[in-house]
Ligand binder design. Sequence first.
Ligand code: DQA
Length: 150
Amino acid sequence: MHSKLDMNILVIHGPNLNLLGKRQPEIYGTQTLDNINQDLIQIAQNQGVTLKVFQSNQEGKIVSEIGNNIDWANGILINPAAYTHTSIAIRDALSAINLPVIEIHLSNIYEREDFRHHSYVSPIAVGVISGFGNYSYELALNAMINTLKK
Ligand code: DQA
């Protein structure tokens, strides 16, 4: 038994991540989003942390989900996917709620095309984890728990 840490962590997956498993497995791996979420939920349960998981292909829905959790979440894990490189709205929503944010990428965005090298989210994140496939999420969850414990 683990004691309850009393932490609420919101996990947000951006566009096309619903296709994981089928989407360019040579880049993103063969795990489905469900597999990734199940692993995260398991880790969270073991540590007594509450997770809420959300995926959307629509920028505005991601913006709303961030704002709607202002009073619930203690921290946010986000893979903004392609919106990483384009969305001032998502960055502003994350700044607005003023909670620790960890940015996640399955692939190493810096070894890929130039347009993936810029992130609107990184400057307001506690940290960025990029390049470890589905393990990026596990690393990020542990990093967030560690950040919130401090
Ligand atoms: C991604 C990297 C982004 O550049 C891309 O648009 C994605 C996924 C990743 O997890 O590696 O959709 O965020």
